[in-house]
Design a protein around this ligand. Sequence first.
Ligand code: CP3
Length: 342
Amino acid sequence: MKEPVFLQACRRQPTPYTPVWLMRQAGRYMPEYRAVRDKVSFLELCKTPELAAQVTVEAVERLGVDAAIIFADILLIVEPMGVGLEFSQGDGPVIHRPLRSGRDIDRLHARPAAPSLGFVFEAVRRARAALPQEIALIGFAGAPFTVASYLIEGGGSRHYIETKRLMYADPGAWRALMAYLVQATTDYLNGQIAAGAQAVQLFDSWVGCLSPADYRSFILPHMQALIGGLAPGVPVIHFGTNTAGLLELLAEAGGDVIGVDWRTDLDAAWPRVGFDRAVQGNLDPVSLFAPLDILRGRTARVLDAAAGRPGHVFNLGHGILPHTPVEQVIALVELVHEMSAR
Ligand code: CP3
């Protein structure tokens, strides 16, 4: 049995065409997803393995992508920590009791997170069983910095003032929080792998707010510990946005595949990441709102920048936006397959 094309590309093996999947490929832009969400809340959906597996698989069937990503959220891991997680309509995620001090962080340690996330592992098992062999299943988690930013700010943030304040003012507490999140995330991802995830993605979506020096001292050692603790042989995708100043450091921190957003061209990014890694990306998600001929041109530009080198996984530079036309997403997947065929 041949490996899925997506996994071959993660391992930098030559593939018959460039594989493509899209971050947030199951979501509100898709009518099938909205139909499920009309009946259950977002958290209920995540916690019902049958439904989570269903929306995971439906997205693949609708779009024709080469990989599925398990339907879940980077913040599920914080719920068992007892900080009061809520997904409020319109405002995004809210954490009712954010961490603001070393004492708040000490209190977390009594609460191991991963054992209470069995519903995600069950969704992975069900999705894997329902997917065709040639479609890979990706597991994921938030990276410690990005998850910590929600735990500390209490929600999304613009300047990450509380997060950086804690990092600068109490480096011991910061290290304790990182060590705690590294342990929880390692267990969580290894649980997804044991349940059938064939690759895992770490979303460090907001780490681009840090300077290179801060990344090196406050993040890099923890990412190395986390990635070093994952089951061997399973490709790790390391993704962040606004990382134009951090690409070398992201690669040094680890990952078989480095995710690149659209603010850096792939032909500039890849040599900086190193040709010993695969790259993933990096079409601007807003390109999907452009007329088809423009979308085609922009897709061609991303493929040209990768130059047919083994180890390119086509994706957007960040997640699909709400209101994205589904037909455009289907057209994008066809364009990538067609234009990259070799
Ligand atoms: O990619 C997929 O299809 C898998 C599912 C997935 C979701 N969230 C589902 C979701 C993934 C991979 C995520 C990751 C995630 N979650 C990130 C990192 C990705 C990124 O964009 O950088 C972050 C920062 C979160 C935290 C989060 N969850 C936010 C900020 C929001 C609100 C966003 C919004 O558009 O309202 C969520 C909720 C969420 N997670 C939704 C979905 C489909 C929308 C919930 C709904 O109303 O149905």
